[in-house]
Ligand binder design. Structure first.
Ligand code: AVI
Length: 323
């Protein structure tokens, strides 16, 4: 279900209470599965969003700085491909920093940051309004993985959907195709500007998702804190260990929380016993070759693609038009 839109603090309160009821039903089902799972969307409460920002600064997590480097080096070429003056719809905007780094070259007519974490988006937007007083900004609180309806306040001009950071990799390839097709349907003459992580050595990938400082471990464990607050479960964070493994066959990093010892977790209306070593799946992060990603774009109805990469070919940024 789509979350409601941000308009004032009353709306936000209503949104959280609706979200809690949905979360209770979803999590009871997901924790009860043979392979228990927690959706990665539960990473992103206020603390989780801050932990993710910290991840982006880690030595091991090359994704953000590599993509930022591509934007900085190739900004003019990106603007030549994408054109100027579009409605820039930033999907999963977070702190809005990546889109803001392209305002100078893309000169959007309106900026529409969309994020699931409405609290976090509010702070970022307030800051941005001070820095760019002439730019119309229309923030939207939406879980666009479930639904994709933008409010009437979003301008009607040419839409450029900006989806950086390899967030597309957190979908399965099938989900990614469905997501891109929905985007295409939502803005008939639209285009996408997407960043995606490229396949590389397993050791490099695993270090990026299991850093020496333990920030990614905290990010993973924080989902349990978030869920405890949301549904009244009694996950003890000390009973769980962070795990990140590269599954070469599926070309994805898989993240889990692994029970350190036998433990029973209870929540209103349910409970589950986990044996020592048993895992809860929390995230997949798919890694693409350039060819596989171009195929994905094409299958999803986006063509005429131009892509840019860094000298070490770690990361890829592609612009493609709805065809
Ligand atoms: C948001 N997403 C692209 C990140 C990724 O790399 O898959 C989330 C993340 N999970 C652990 N570290 C970062």
């Amino acid at each position: 279900m789509a979350r409601s839109l941000i308009s004032n603090s009353h709306e936000i309160d209503r949104e959280f209470s609706t979200g809690a009821a949905e979360a209770r039903a979803e999590l009871a089902g997901d924790l009860g599965r043979r392979q228990a799972r927690i959706s990665p969307k539960y990473f992103y409460n206020a603390l989780g969003s801050k932990l993710f920002e910290a991840i982006c600064q880690l030595d091991e997590y090359y994704l953000t700085r590599t993509e930022t480097g591509i934007f900085a080096q190739r900004g003019a070429e990106i603007a030549a491909a994408a054109g100027v003056g579009a409605v820039l719809v930033d999907l999963g905007a977070g702190n809005c920093a990546k889109a803001a780094s392209l305002f100078g070259v893309l000169r959007p007519q309106q900026y529409v940051p969309v994020d699931i974490s409405v609290e976090f988006l509010h702070d970022a937007v307030e800051k941005l309004r001070l820095e760019h007083p002439a730019l119309p900004i229309q923030p939207v609180g939406l879980d666009f993985a479930d639904s994709f309806v933008l409010p009437a306040g979003v301008a009607r001009g040419h839409r450029l959907y900006f989806y950086p950071g390899s967030s597309i990799g957190n979908f399965t390839p099938l989900q990614a195709t469905q997501f891109l097709r929905r985007l295409r349907a939502a803005g008939a003459d639209g285009a996408v500007l997407i960043g995606v992580d490229l396949v590389k050595d397993a050791a490099v990938l695993e270090a990026a998702y299991d850093d020496a400082l333990g920030v990614t471990a905290a990010f993973n464990l924080n989902a349990l804190r978030h869920i405890n607050a949301l549904i009244g479960s009694d996950f003890s964070l000390r009973a769980w260990r962070h795990r990140a493994v590269f599954n070469a066959e599926q070309s994805r990093i898989e993240m889990y929380l692994e029970a350190a010892y036998d433990v029973t977790v209870r929540w209103p209306g349910g409970a589950r016993r986990f044996a020592a070593g048993e895992r809860i799946h929390t995230e997949n992060s798919y890694k693409y070759t350039e060819r596989a990603f171009l195929e994905l774009l094409e299958t999803s109805g986006f063509g005429d693609a131009t892509c840019w990469t860094d000298p070490a070919r770690k990361f890829l940024v592609c612009h493609a038009r709805a065809v």
